[in-house]
Design a protein around this ligand. Structure first.
Ligand code: NAD
Length: 290
């Protein structure tokens, strides 16, 4: 570490809470070391209350960039100077750049593009496809909007009637008004509509977090008839690596089951490119972390 960090080292931060479990510091620091880049990446426990001061701190200290996670992805927007077109459309930011440390902060969102690249790496294209999705929170919105921007033909979102439902309605409206994709929203309690939709889709994406602790014993699909040999099932969760949904889909012969590790890697790789201008050595990082 003393060989790596000296008076010239530039800092990249991660501001979120809780955050100590995150793989991002390891991922970025290993990539800096591998490429010989003079940066360090540190996680800071920051919630909405500390957020304004933390953003001022980024400006004051010339921190070159930051990742942003819950609960700050939307709350940070008023404190930034500019948003990328995708961040504007999604209404959330997970990456902030501070070019040359000059204090002009630009918000980007790389979750959606990360998810699309993860699918592509598995040979799955959303272009011209009908996609059924569950979940329209932070991750779901970014994925839905990017899938629409990347040319999905139809996006059928199913959400429970909770506090995220209004956001799901807004997301569907944005997609229909700004892209060529047709988006719909249905209450997930309409199980007949959910099953019918998957039967007409080539990809099912679960962006709810069901399957992760404390819901690790749950899956939104439990009927074997829903799984077909031409259906791709993508779950954004990566702990555990195989959720109950993915196990069920694999055992019942889905074409492909994909977990959230690729999304996590490629959203990080795109942030890394924003921070340093360099490509993350993704194969090396995959070997270390997966
Ligand atoms: P969020 O709270 O913003 O949204 C959760 C969504 O799931 C909402 O639409 C909500 O209505 C729905 N939901 C919640 N409980 C449900 C249930 N019991 N049944 C059906 N629907 C339910 O959360 P988020 O930030 O979007 O995160 C969702 C998941 O995505 C988490 O597991 C998170 O770890 C994961 N994630 C993964 C990556 C990655 O890189 N792989 C990135 C971001 C988030």
């Amino acid at each position: 570490m003393t060989e790596r960090i000296d008076g010239h080292t530039l800092l990249i931060s991660l501001i979120a809470t809780p955050i100590r479990h995150s793989l991002s510091p390891t991922m970025h620091n290993e990539a800096f070391a591998k490429l010989g880049l003079d940066y360090a990446y540190m996680a800071f426990e920051v919630g909405n209350e500390e957020l304004k001061d933390a953003v001022q701190g980024i400006r004051a200290l010339g921190i070159r960039g930051s990742n942003v996670s819950m609960p700050n992805k939307q709350a940070i927007i008023p404190y930034l100077d500019e948003l990328s077109p995708a961040a504007k459309l999604v209404g959330a930011v997970n990456t902030v750049t501070n070019k040359d440390g000059k204090g002009h902060l630009v918000g980007h969102v790389t979750d959606g593009t990360g998810a699309m690249r993860a699918l592509k790496e598995e040979g799955v294209e959303v272009k011209a496809q009908i996609v059924t999705m569950t979940g329209a929170g932070g991750a779901g919105t970014a994925i839905a909007i990017q899938a629409a921007l990347d040319g999905a033909k139809e996006l059928r979102i199913f959400n429970i009637n909770d506090q995220h439902y209004k956001n799901a309605e807004a997301t569907v409206k944005k997609i229909n008004e700004n892209t060529n994709c047709t988006a719909t929203l249905t209450d997930l309690t309409d199980q007949a509509a959910f099953k019918q939709s998957i039967s007409e889709s080539s990809i099912y994406i679960d962006a709810t977090g069901v399957g992760m602790k404390p819901l690790q014993e749950e899956s939104l699909i439990n009927d074997p008839e829903v799984i077909r040999p031409d259906l791709v099932v993508f779950d954004v969760v990566y702990i555990p690596k195989e959720t109950k949904l993915l196990k069920f889909a694999r055992e019942h012969g889905a074409k492909k089951t994909i977990n959230g590790l690729g999304m996590m890697l490629y959203q990080g790789a795109e942030a890394f490119k924003h921070f340093t201008g360099e490509d993350m050595p993704v194969d090396y990082i995959k070997e270390l972390l997966f």
